[in-house]
Every structure is written in C-alpha cells, then in structure tokens.
Design a protein around this ligand. Structure first.
Ligand code: ATP
Ligand code: MG
Length: 442
C-alpha cells in the first residue's frame, strides 16, 4: 500500500518549463558542441574567413526583403513582434545571411574589396518540432561577398567537404544545380506556369497559391502526391544561357579536379528567394526526413536588393544540431574528456584555506582544478571526497588534512593507474603535480 499523503501539505509550486522546440544544452553534451566549434574555427581560419556576429533581433524588414515574402520562412515561420516601447517591428533571426548582409552594408565592409566572412549562433523558426527540426536551432555559415567567379563557389564547396572529413562523416552527398539568371528563370517560369496550369487539378493548396506568386517554389514541395507532376515539369537547366552554363560548368570542373563527387539535381531550388546560378545541398540518408545538413549557393542580387552597392556573393549554412546528430549515429563523436587534472581534498577550517591557496597556485600554472566544496557548507568524510575525486575524472588528488597541514605537507595521489601516493611539501605541490603530468605524457 502506498502512503497516504495529505494534499494540503504538498502544495507544490508549479514548475516552469522551457519553450517547445527550444532546447537546453546540458553539460553532458557540451563537449560535443565545443569540439564542433573548434573544428569550425580551424576550418574558417584555414581558408581566411573572418568572424562576424550580428544581433539576434533585427528589424522585420531585413528578412522580408532579404529572404523574400513568398518563402516558408517569411510566410509562416518567423517570430515577429512589436517592441512595446517604441512600436518597432522586430524579428528573432530565422537565418544568418540577410542579417549579415545588412551589417556588411551598414558598416561599409566591402569598401576595400571583397570579404570572406563566417558566423554562428542560434536561429528561430516556428516549425513543428521533430528530430532535426527545432524552433531554436544553431547554424554555422560562411559568406563570400564581392566575388563573382566560379572559383569561390568551388572553394566554399571544398570547405564543406573538408568539414565532413574533419568530423569523420562519410556518406554525405553533394547535390548541385544552377538557377541561372533572372531572365532565364522568367522564360522557364512561363513554361512552368503553362505546364502547371494545364495540370491544375493535381496541384495541392500551397501550390495553387504559389502558381500565382512564385511557381518555381512548387518544385520545392515536399508533398508526396505532387512528386510525379513535379518530375515531369520543364527543367530550368534547359533554359540557361551561355554565361550561366559556363559558370556552372566551371564550378563542376573545379570540383572534379579536386576529386569532389557531386550529383546534378535539376529540381534543387532551395527555400530562399535570393539565389541565382550555383545552388547546392549536402544530404545524408542517416537522419530520416531531416536529411539536409547544409545548403547554400550564389545570391548575386541580394546586396543591391538590401540597399547596398551591387556586389555578387555566395554562401552556405549548416544546421549544427543535424550535424551533431549525424556524428552521433555514425559514431564519430569524440570521447568525453575529464573535467579536470586535480581534485583537491581537505577537512574545512584552516585546511580549506590552505587547499584554496594551493588550488589557485595550480591554476596559475595552467592546471585544471576542482576544489571540494561540501554541499552542506560544513565538511565531508575523506571517503566521500575520494569518491567525488574519482567521479570527476581527475588524474590526481591533492589531500590536505589536519595531519598534513601540521607538517606543512600535502598528499599527492595518482587516481587512474598506479594509485601511488606520496607526501609533498606544501610549497612544492605545484612542481610535483607538473612533474607528474609531464612524466605521464612522456
Ligand atoms: P529544410 O528543408 O530542412 O526545412 P531549409 O532549406 O529551411 O531546410 P536553410 O534555410 O537552408 O534550411 O538552413 C540551412 C540548414 O539549417 C539546413 O540545411 C538545416 O541543416 C538547418 N535547419 C534549417 N531549419 C532547421 C530547424 N528548424 N531545426 C534545425 N535545423 C534546421
Ligand atoms: Mg525549412
């Protein structure tokens, strides 16, 4: 029988939960993120890309203009609100490019010539949360502004391939397409509208609307019932002029010369409105429906469209959660690392004072230290502290009890292999620890 509980006595204060689709990063997963961030930092440095950080909140117009009104993001996914104090229309950024371009224009960064830039941070989209799809997620992205040639498209794709290699990810497939230029898309659009009008009864509701606003986006539909119709639609590639084809072929030739396999996917149109010429995506089969881990392309019209002096540009963005998930399923996450090198044990009072001083000296010397702090603010048995030292992953324990302190000493104990323990003068603890660490790595 269960105990009878008096409900009057257990008036619990209700807890407050996080927002649906917005996740905490818990300590157990922090090391994976740090690892990924390090790899990304090294990658950008290897190619001469500079870091640029924009605010999380922008004027809504940045995304309306920068992404395009007839896109999933602007139509239904943005967290927009009015600033209660001054009535400004604001939006939590749903992606990085539009805001970065806003900043580049505002700060006149292209004044001295082209720029290679990168960014990372949280993005916000009101979507149905599921595996690999969240309402707050994180992107890493690179943008090269002021470069017109196919060389930069190829460089950026090489960076992606290098990244998958660095992260130990195999089987990430590259798909590539060319969206040509506006006039070529206009011709294609005419043919496309004629085709879809002829088959209007097969269009779903979203596509009926897009037929009037942005028929190219019908090709992006994920509705399975639409796939046969889409398959038979006129292909943009057949409408490309000489210049566009030359650019596309040059990108492919550079990729081939660098042994980067890619598949031309004539149906790849990308979700955002501002792309032209090269577009590409990296796709994996390992993550179910959310298989696109990164994508991007050329967006030559955007800078002018955002109010800057016309300049060509190219970039791609990656979903960090999806990449980490892929690393998890393919077993390429790094081993978790120990929290610290040394765990310091004491018995409170003067031994605490001495322990804290020693811990600081160790940190001055670059050693990572956890100092035992008793949960009840009093002290704890030697045994329970040793258990904590063990669980911390520390390689050494430094023990300062009353007996040790009376002799101006500490005990230095190896925790992982030998278990060896020896007395060390308090003044020489730092030296002894460093000798031990260096000795162990030799
Ligand atoms: P999808 O087709 O999966 O909705 P998208 O075309 O909307 O992706 P982009 O705007 O190109 O995505 O963003 C680049 C990358 O960011 C995507 O390839 C994906 O890895 C990631 N991403 C996009 N939306 C989300 C989300 N809601 N949650 C987690 N990652 C996301
Ligand atoms: Mg999307």
């Amino acid at each position: 029988m269960t105990d009878q509980v008096n409900p009057a006595k257990v008036q619990k204060i209700p807890k407050i939960n996080g927002v649906r689709g917005m996740n905490d990063l818990l300590p157990a997963d922090a090391a994976q993120w740090t690892h990924l961030e390090h790899v990304l930092r090294d990658l950008t440095r290897a190619y001469g890309y500079e870091f640029l950080r924009t605010p999380i909140v922008e004027a809504t117009a940045v995304f309306q203009r920068g992404i395009g009104e007839v896109t999933d993001i602007v139509e239904k996914e943005m967290y927009s609100f009015e600033d209660r104090l001054n009535g400004e229309q604001l939006t939590l950024r749903p992606e990085g490019t539009a805001a970065l371009v806003r900043s580049v224009i505002e700060n006149n960064l292209l004044y001295e010539g082209p720029k290679r830039l990168w960014y990372t941070g949280p993005m916000f989209r009101h979507e149905r949360p599921q595996r690999g799809r969240y309402r707050q997620f994180h992107q890493f992205g690179i943008e090269a502004l002021g470069f017109a040639g196919p060389d930069i498209d190829a460089e950026m794709i090489l960076m992606g391939q290098r990244l998958w290699d660095e992260l130990g990810l195999q089987g990430v497939r590259l798909e590539i397409n060319s969206l040509g230029q506006a006039n070529e898309r206009a011709e294609h659009r005419t043919a496309l509208v004629a085709y879809f009008e002829k088959n209007q009864e097969q269009l779903d509701e979203d596509s009926q609307r897009r037929l009037l606003t942005n028929p190219l986006r019908i090709l992006d539909s994920k509705n399975p019932a639409m796939q046969d119709l889409i398959e038979g639609a006129p292909k943009l590639l057949d409408f490309l002029g000489e210049e566009s084809l030359k650019h596309f072929e040059a990108v492919q030739a550079l990729l081939k010369a660098n042994n980067i396999p890619c598949k031309i996917n004539p149906r790849l149109v990308r979700g955002l409105d501002y792309y032209n010429l090269t577009v590409f995506e990296w796709i994996t089969e390992e993550l179910g429906a959310q298989g696109t881990i990164a994508g991007g392309g050329r967006y030559d019209p955007l800078i002018e469209r955002m109010g800057g002096k016309a300049a060509p540009a190219c970039g791609w963005a990656m979903g960090m959660e999806r990449v980490l998930e892929l690393m998890k399923v393919s077993g390429s996450l790094p081993e978790p690392q120990a929290q610290c090198d040394v765990f310091v044990i004491h018995q409170g009072g003067e031994t605490l004072t001495a322990a804290m001083i020693i811990a600081e000296r160790l940190r001055n010397a670059g050693v990572d230290v956890i100092l035992f702090c008793p949960p009840d603010g009093q002290t704890a048995s030697f045994k329970s502290q040793m258990k904590k030292a063990d669980a911390s992953g520390a390689t050494y324990a430094v023990i300062i009890g009353p007996d040790e302190l009376a002799k101006d000493e500490a005990q230095l104990k190896e925790l992982r292999s030998s278990g060896e323990q020896k007395a060390v003068a308090l003044d020489s603890v730092v030296e002894a620890v460093i000798d031990a660490i260096v000795g162990a790595t030799e």
